[in-house]
Design a protein around this ligand. Structure first.
Ligand SMILES: Cc1cc2nc3c(=O)[nH]c(=O)nc-3n(C[C@H](O)[C@H](O)[C@H](O)COP(=O)(O)OP(=O)(O)OC[C@H]3O[C@@H](n4cnc5c(N)ncnc54)[C@H](O)[C@@H]3O)c2cc1C
Length: 303
């Protein structure tokens, strides 16, 4: 059987596209290997009506909803390859099975490769997080650490000041900050530690101090890390020769449309960090545009 749309990736982006297209009576195959990026956290926040829901539960509910649409088929597996011939996409899974579709949505997300900071992995997702909008509220007004350096860290520190005035910036080496930034930090009582970090000390994932190489222990109970490192979780767009833009992201136009006819990239696979409701929104948008493409093609064929 040929499918109208193949969606690779069953996070909020892919699930939302599947819902929209199922409701448009389209045949959809959604392939997912269930490795969500946010699986490390117990609760996800900011998704209207589901604030505080566990990441796995949010997906379970979405998959449950899709059961109502007989034209949507969910497959558990890893898409290992994609190619395009005669205007159709061929998706091959790592178990050797394959699917043919008229349109393709890549919603495979982003894979974090955390910096090599001793103790970070133990605390990541429990008391150290990447996104203040996601977890800042729960840790508001606590002694917070910001970990990182480079262009991102200073504006990120300013943003975090919204959630706690008790901030400390740890750059784990020379910060590269100029006199103005240093003075602004100092004016707000935000210490800057440029000494290498020896360890993030935590118990059961709960940060309690940042230990510097010289032995000083700086008490902190929450941490934020603006740059988690990493890359898109899959290189499938590259196999279809989708280029990258100047920022290194896959080159996409409005709604995630790529230079490959009929192929869209949405969610974290496109933006690195979209947020759950943003990813779901992109799935909805790409779904509506794809439906328009399919409907136009079918309309023309009927002549
Ligand atoms: C620690 C952490 C906490 C977060 N907390 C929040 C929060 O509270 N609120 C919020 O709004 N956002 C939060 N986010 C961000 C949010 O998780 C992402 O922005 C969102 O999940 C992106 O959705 P997506 O559908 O694009 O990708 P994902 O949710 O990552 O889904 C991608 C899916 O594609 C699958 N996949 C990848 N490659 C393949 C392949 N080759 N074949 C088949 N399947 C594949 C993966 O297994 C995964 O299931 C958090 C992120 C992190 C890292």
């Amino acid at each position: 059987m040929d499918w109208d749309v193949a969606i690779i990736g069953g996070g909020p982006a892919g699930l939302s596209a599947a819902l929209l297209l199922g409701r448009a009576l389209r045949t959809v195959i959604l392939i997912d290997n269930d490795r969500p990026r946010n699986a490390v956290v117990k609760a996800s926040h900011g998704y209207m009506t589901r604030d505080g829901t566990a990441p796995g539960e949010l997906r379970r509910l979405a998959r449950e909803e899709l059961r109502a649409y007989a034209s949507v088929h969910l497959v558990s597996g890893t898409a290992a390859d994609v190619s395009q011939a005669d205007g159709e996409f061929l998706i091959t899974l790592s178990d050797g099975s394959s699917y043919i579709s008229r349109k393709l949505i890549i919603a495979t997300g982003y894979a974090d490769h955390l910096p090599d900071l001793p103790g970070l992995r133990e605390a990541y997702g429990i008391s150290v997080f990447p996104c203040p909008f996601c977890d800042g509220y729960e840790h508001r007004n606590t002694p917070m650490a910001v970990f990182g350096r480079g262009e991102q860290v200073y504006p990120f520190t300013k943003k975090l000041y919204n959630w706690s005035k008790d901030l400390a910036l740890f750059t784990n080496g020379p910060s590269g900050l100029g006199a103005r930034e240093r003075s602004e930090l100092s004016d707000r009582g935000i210490p800057l530690f440029e000494e290498p970090i020896q360890e993030l000390a935590s118990r059961n994932g709960m940060l309690h101090a940042v230990i510097l190489r010289g032995g000083a222990a700086i008490p902190r109970t929450t941490g934020f890390i603006p740059d988690t490192g990493g890359a898109e979780a899959s290189d499938l767009p590259e196999r279809l020769l989708v280029k990258r833009d100047q920022t290194g992201k896959f080159d996409t136009g409005p709604h995630g449309k790529t230079s490959v006819d009929g192929m869209y990239i949405i969610g974290d696979a496109k933006n690195a960090f979209t947020g759950l409701i943003g990813a779901a929104g992109e799935g909805y948008e790409a779904g509506t545009i794809l439906l328009r493409e399919l409907a136009e093609e079918d309309w023309s064929r009927c002549r």
